[in-house]
Design a protein around this ligand. Structure first.
Ligand SMILES: [Zn+2]
Length: 677
C-alpha cells in the first residue's frame, strides 16, 4: 500500500537483508585510507573525505551503484543465504512452521529446472481469464484478482492510517498503474525520456512475443498499453505535487466516490477483493480516479486486454523462466539502471522472499543475530538527540513562542521503534510449498493484501512496522509520528560499538537526527503530535519556515548531478532539510560527550573533524550514469555527494574544523546561509 513514510535512503533494490554483529569488519570508526589527500576539503569535502575509497571501489557488474549500503547488504546476504539454505535443507520441518515456509519458498525459487520447464504456465490461468473478459464488470472483477496476487493496474487500494483521524484505518485510493518509474517519462520531451519510451515499447513487444503473440499483435498490444499508460500518466500528479499532504487527502463517502467515478463499478471491485464496501475513503488524487472512470467508459473491453496482460507479465516476470527474467533485466536493470549483469539467482530469490515473507525471515535472523545491547545503546543516542532538538527549538530565533510550544508537544509525543517489532505478523494462514515459485509469491501477496484490507475501519495497530528488521534503512512515519530504526542499520559504518563517539554521532546520530527532523520538514510539519494533518503554525512562523526552505531549494537546484541533470531542489527539500537538521542536532548531542571535551586526536583528526568525516563516510558511493539520471528524476533524496557537501556548506562548526574560509565553495556566504532546526 502507498505509505506516507520518509526513508533515509532509496535503493534500486527494494529490499535488503542483513546479518548481525559484524565483529570482523575491518573499518572500525573512520578509515583514513578513504581520504583523497590531494583533494581540497574547502572545495569538495566529499571528494576529500572518501575520494580514495571511490577510486578503489569500482561498481561490481551486477550493481547500478556501490557504496556503504550496498556493501553492508552484501555482507549481510551471505549470512542470510546460509539460513535460507539450511531452512530449505530441513526437509523434516513441520508443515506450517516458519522454517518450512522460509525453506520451501527459497527452494521453489531456486528450482530452476521446474521453473524453466514451466515457462509461463504459472500465469496461464490469468492470461486465459483476461482473454475471456466480455464485459466491463468482468474487467473490474479480474483487476481485483490481479491486485491481490500480482500487480497494481489502474491504482493502489488498501487500508491506511486516516490522515485526519489518525487512530483509525481508512480505505485509501492512490494513483498508480504505470510500468515506468515516473509519470514524467510519458510526458517529457527530452531525449532520455524519448529513448526510455522507445525501449519500453520494444520491451513490451518482446514480452508479448514470449507468450506467443505474433509480431503484429505484439506491436498493437504494446501501442495500446502505451496509450493507456500515457493517459494515466497525464492524470497523475507529479512527485513534487505528491509532497503536499493537504492536497492529497480527500475524504469522501461511497456515494461521493460513485459520483466522481461512476463508470468504474466499485461494488464489483470490492466483491472481487472479498470485502464489504467501505463507508468512506481517502481518495488521494480525485482527478486521477475520475480519469480512470472516464477511461473505463471510453475504451472498449478489447482495448483493456493488452493492459491487464501487460500488468500480469511485468508483475510475474521474476517468477517465470529465464526468457522473461532476462527481458525484464535488459530493460529495468541494464537500460534504466546501467547494471552490467543479472544478479545471481539466490540474491534475487532472497530479495523476493524478503518482500513476500519479510517478517518471517526477520524473525529467524533476529533470533540468531541482534544483541539486546545494540538496542539499548541506540535507544540512548535517540534519547540524547531528542533532548538536543528540544534545546535547539527553545533557542530558535525565527520561531515564535506559540509554535515552539506546539513543536515541543509534537517532539515529546514521538514513538521510537528500534530493532524489530514486539509483535510479529502471523503467517499461519499462508500456504507455501515446494511446487511453484509463482504460486508461493502470489499466495503471500494475497495473504498480505487481505491482512491489510481487513484493517479498513479498524483502530490503528501501533505495534506495526512498515519495514523489516533486516532492512538497512530507517524511516519517519508522520501519521504515526514515529521514528523507526531496524536492526540492520545498527551496524558499521552507521553504528559501530567499537568506534569512538565522534564517528557514531557523525553517522548513526545524524541518521537518527535526520529521521526526527522529518517530523518537522516541509511535509512532517503539517502533521500534529497525534499524526493528524493539522496546521499548528502561526502564519508568521509558517512564512519564516517557507523562506528558509526556499533557500535550501535554491541551493540544491544549483547542483548538477551529471551532464545537464540538475538536482530537483523542490523534490528533495524534505530530505535536505532532514540532513541539515540531523547534522546540527547530532552535533549538539556530540558536544556533550567526553571525546568532544577532550579534543584528543585520533589518526591525526580532531573529534570534530571525525564527526564530519563519519557523516561523509556513510554516503560514499559510486553510481552508474543511467542510475544517477533515473534517481535525479524519481528519488526524493539528493545524490550522495550533495547530501554531504550541501548541508555541510551551511554549518559554521564544519568550516572551523577544516579551516574553510569565506569565498570557498564549501562555505556559504553569510547572506545565503540557512539554518532551520
Ligand atoms: Zn529521509
Amino acid at each position: 500500500m502507498k505509505s506516507h513514510i520518509s526513508l533515509l535512503f532509496l535503493m534500486f533494490l527494494p529490499i535488503l537483508v542483513f546479518a548481525g554483529s559484524n565483529s570482523k569488519d575491518p573499518s572500525r570508526g573512520f578509515d583514513p585510507d578513504n581520504i583523497d589527500s590531494a583533494a581540497n576539503p574547502a572545495k569538495d569535502f566529499y571528494q576529500f573525505a572518501v575520494g580514495n575509497w571511490l577510486k578503489n571501489n569500482p561498481i561490481p557488474d551486477e550493481w547500478s551503484s556501490w557504496g556503504s549500503f550496498e556493501a553492508l547488504y552484501e555482507s549481510n546476504s551471505k549470512v542470510v543465504k546460509e539460513i535460507l539454505e539450511s531452512s530449505a535443507a530441513n526437509i523434516n520441518a513441520p508443515k506450517g512452521s516458519n522454517i518450512q515456509k522460509v525453506g520451501d519458498y527459497y527452494y521453489s525459487g531456486m528450482d530452476t529446472i521446474k521453473i524453466e520447464k514451466d515457462g509461463y504456465a504459472p500465469i496461464n490461468s490469468f492470461l486465459k481469464k483476461i482473454a475471456d473478459i466480455k464485459t466491463k464488470d468482468e474487467l473490474i472483477s479480474e483487476t481485483a484478482q490481479i491486485h491481490l496476487k500480482v500487480e497494481h493496474p489502474f491504482f493502489w487500494f488498501g487500508a491506511s492510517v486516516d490522515g485526519k483521524n489518525s487512530t483509525m484505518m481508512i480505505a485509501q485510493l492512490s494513483q498508480g498503474g504505470l510500468g515506468l518509474p515516473d509519470r514524467d517519462y510519458y510526458t517529457n520531451d527530452d531525449s532520455r525520456s524519448k529513448e526510455i519510451r522507445e525501449k519500453y515499447i520494444q520491451y513490451m513487444q518482446n514480452m508479448f512475443r514470449l507468450i506467443g503473440k505474433d509480431e503484429a499483435t505484439a506491436k498493437t498490444y504494446a501501442a495500446k498499453v502505451m496509450e493507456i499508460e500515457t493517459r494515466l500518466a497525464k492524470a497523475s500528479l507529479t512527485n513534487v505535487e505528491l509532497r503536499d499532504p493537504v492536497r492529497n487527502y480527500n475524504k469522501m463517502s461511497f456515494d461521493s466516490l460513485k459520483t466522481i467515478a461512476p463508470d468504474f463499478n466499485w461494488a464489483v471491485y470490492f466483491k472481487g477483493l472479498g470485502i464489504k464496501t467501505p463507508p468512506e475513503f481517502d481518495v488521494n488524487q480525485p482527478g486521477f480516479i475520475k480519469e480512470v472512470s472516464r477511461m473505463v467508459k471510453d475504451l472498449p473491453v478489447k482495448d483493456w486486454k493488452p493492459y491487464l496482460t501487460w500488468c500480469v507479465l511485468r508483475g510475474s516476470a521474476p517468477y517465470l523462466s529465464s526468457a522473461f527474467v532476462n527481458e525484464a533485466f535488459n530493460f529495468n536493470g541494464k537500460f534504466l539502471n546501467g547494471s552490467k549483469v543479472l544478479r545471481p539467482r539466490w540474491k534475487r530469490v532472497m530479495g523476493a522472499e524478503d518482500n513476500a515473507l519479510g517478517e518471517l525471515v526477520g524473525q529467524l535472523y533476529i533470533e540468531k543475530t541482534f544483541p539486546p545491547a545494540a538496542k539499548e545503546r541506540a535507544r540512548n543516542i535517540v534519547g540524547n538527540l531528542l533532548v538536543s532538538l528540544k534545546e535547539r527549538i527553545n533557542k530558535l530565533e525565527w520561531m515564535g513562542e506559540d509554535t515552539k510550544k506546539a513543536a515541543l508537544v509534537k517532539l515529546a509525543a514521538f514513538t521510537v521503534k528500534i530493532g524489530y517489532p514486539d509483535k510479529w505478523i502471523d503467517f499461519s494462514g499462508v500456504n507455501i510449498s515446494r511446487d511453484s515459485y509463482f504460486e508461493n509469491d502470489a499466495n503471500a501477496s494475497e495473504f498480505l493484501a487481505k491482512e491489510n484490507l481487513a484493517k479498513i475501519g479498524k483502530l490503528v495497530d501501533k505495534t506495526e512496522w512498515e519495514m523489516h528488521p533486516q532492512t538497512v534503512n530507517a524511516y519517519y512515519e508522520p501519521v504515526r509520528n514515529e521514528i523507526v530504526f531496524p536492526a540492520a542499520i545498527l551496524q558499521p559504518p552507521f553504528f559501530n560499538v567499537d568506534a569512538d563517539d565522534a564517528v557514531n554521532y557523525g553517522a548513526m546520530g545524524v541518521v537518527i537526527g535526520h529521521e526526527i527532523t522529518h517530523g518537522f520538514d516541509d511535509q512532517g510539519r503539517q502533521y500534529d503530535a497525534q499524526g493528524n494533518i493539522k496546521d499548528w503554525w502561526t502564519e508568521n512562523d509558517s512564512k519564516q519556515f517557507d523562506e528558509r526552505a526556499k533557500t535550501i531549494i535554491d541551493q540544491f537546484n544549483n547542483y548538477v548531478a551529471i551532464d545537464t541533470f540538475h538536482v530537483n531542489g523542490e523534490l528533495t527539500q524534505g530530505e535536505n532539510i532532514a540532513d541539515l537538521g540531523g547534522l546540527n542536532v547530532s552535533f549538539d548531542a556530540f558536544k556533550k560527550t567526553d571525546e568532544f571535551k577532550s579534543g584528543e586526536k585520533i589518526n591525526g583528526f580532531t573529534p570534530v573533524q571525525r564527526f564530519f568525516l563519519g557523516w561523509a563516510q556513510v554516503w560514499r558511493e559510486n553510481d552508474r550514469d543511467e542510475s544517477l539520471k533515473l534517481l535525479i528524476k524519481s528519488d526524493p533524496h539528493s545524490p550522495n555527494k550533495f547530501r554531504v557537501n550541501g548541508p555541510l556548506s551551511n554549518i559554521p562548526e564544519f568550516w572551523d574544523a577544516f579551516n574553510i574560509r569565506q569565498g570557498d565553495p564549501m562555505r556559504r556566504a553569510d547572506k545565503d546561509l540557512v539554518k532551520i532546526w
